[in-house]
Design a protein around this ligand. Structure first.
Ligand SMILES: [Zn+2]
Length: 245
């Protein structure tokens, strides 16, 4: 564990334990206030996908390129459709794959990799509702099992991790450091898992597309092929670059 991560971990533990001590030692208001502020900070650091409170996170593409990222695959219907569009335009994307789906559809994982895209780790079972309160053991298992299957299928260990719904937590960073992985969020999303209205998603996405955009889409959604094409057409009109295959 890096020293800065250890210091952050110890600071949170000290404040939480200290607030209990104060509460039961005759300083209930001070103890409760420190406890409330510490918990609020912890929640903010956990539930805000771009929060850097617990460690580094990539939120903007460091290269002046529009980066397309696809979460929750591989999907037997929509992943091949998205791959065809990307191949036609010679654009490289990152696919954040779920481990158990990768085990179910190994050919798709290998096709994504063979097409020249980057494969990222998106946990084994995608525990969207509980990942933010997962124990270190559960977090380690979700990440390590997915690393194993993706390395087995492609020969390469993923270098990027994306937390389910962006909810990383205090233990995520030391575990990622162990695997030499970086945490990647996004800065452009259209909430495509909440609606099937492609026009509405496009309206949300378009104003946020810029030369350092990290765009979040899901290759499990029927809207993704159409939106991928729209993003490419728009960005090319605006003379924005993409990573190329
Ligand atoms: Zn996801």
């Amino acid at each position: 564990m890096k020293l800065s991560l250890l210091i952050r971990f110890c600071a949170f533990a000290f404040l939480l334990i200290g607030s209990f001590f104060l509460f039961f030692s005759g300083y209930p208001i001070l103890g409760a206030t420190i406890h409330f502020v510490t918990l609020s900070l912890w929640l903010w650091g956990t539930l805000r996908p771009s929060s850097k409170l617990f460690g580094k996170i990539i939120t903007d593409n460091p290269s002046p390129e529009v980066l397309l990222t696809f979460d929750d695959g591989p999907d037997p219907i929509h992943t091949p459709q998205v791959l065809r569009i990307l191949k036609k335009h010679q654009i490289q994307a990152i696919f954040f794959l779920i481990g158990e789906k990768s085990e179910q559809y190994p050919d798709l994982v290998q096709q994504i990799y063979a097409d020249g895209h980057i494969i990222g780790n998106h946990t084994w079972s995608h525990p969207a509702k509980t990942f933010w309160i997962s124990s270190p053991w559960k977090t380690f298992a979700e990440i390590s099992k997915t690393q194993r299957i993706l390395k087995h299928l492609t020969g390469v260990s993923p270098l990027y991790f994306r937390a389910p719904v962006g909810h990383s937590h205090l233990f995520t960073h030391p575990i990622l450091a162990h695997f030499k992985m970086k945490l990647m969020a996004w800065n452009c999303r259209g909430f495509d898992t909440q609606t099937s209205d492609a026009d509405l998603i496009w309206k949300r996405l378009k104003p946020k597309i810029n030369p350092q955009a990290i765009i979040l889409l899901h290759d499990t959604r029927a809207t993704s092929p159409e939106l991928t094409s729209k993003i490419i057409q728009f960005a090319r009109r605006e003379k924005f670059q993409f990573p190329s295959l």
